[in-house]
Write a protein of this length. Sequence first.
Length: 255
Amino acid sequence: MPAAKRPNHTSGPSLRLAVFGVLAVALLGAAALHFAPKSPSRPELLPQMAAHAVVMPDGQQFFAQRFEVSVAEWNICAAEGRCAVSLRVRPDQKPETTPATGLSYEDVQQYISWLNTQTRQRFRLPTATEWEHMAVDVLPEEPDPLFTDPSLTWASTYLTEGTTPRALKPQGSFSTSPEGVVDLDGSVWEWTMECYAGAEEGIDRASCPAYFVGGEHVAAMSYLIRDPARGGCAVGSPPAHLGLRLISDHEVPRS
């Protein structure tokens, strides 16, 4: 009687399954490394983020910078030659706590590109919808219109004075949202990534002539405007100052 044949573990289905398993583990490991958040290369540049994520009505969330970008933060970019504008403060102001203002949309994009390169993160501007939801708990309620005829509501808004002080104040001078976002109701209007014309009108974002800014009321500014008193279309009194606050779709490492 011939001896029983020993199973061959070096060929056939067993070997193919083993090889497949090794490849699968290798691929999953590579994927995990690819999608894992990158450690910041310059952690000292990371902005301070609010304590809690902002959760949108659809359940999506994002993480917002606690304060607006300061003059001191901005001027690091300018000193390294990546931001065209260098900012100064008055003798009674501190660069570390004074919001960076007098910035166009184009200026802001220079800063974001530089910061993302230096920190290996993905900061961006909020959409207009994200900004409004972020600020809904601290913005004053809209006043009743002076005219009930819809065709005349524009007149009532232009006759209604803004309630926010227009002087540039240090960080922390205004309200804090439940998530820990500060000064959304302050005197600095913040750029959003929302094109004024809108994607539904077929305008490429890269060619958009004007963007919404978030503040006490809705306003749209030409992407080249640095001084809001000199241009832009707004409902109500014009914004006092133009600055920025960054957000991230992912939790940001602590600096």
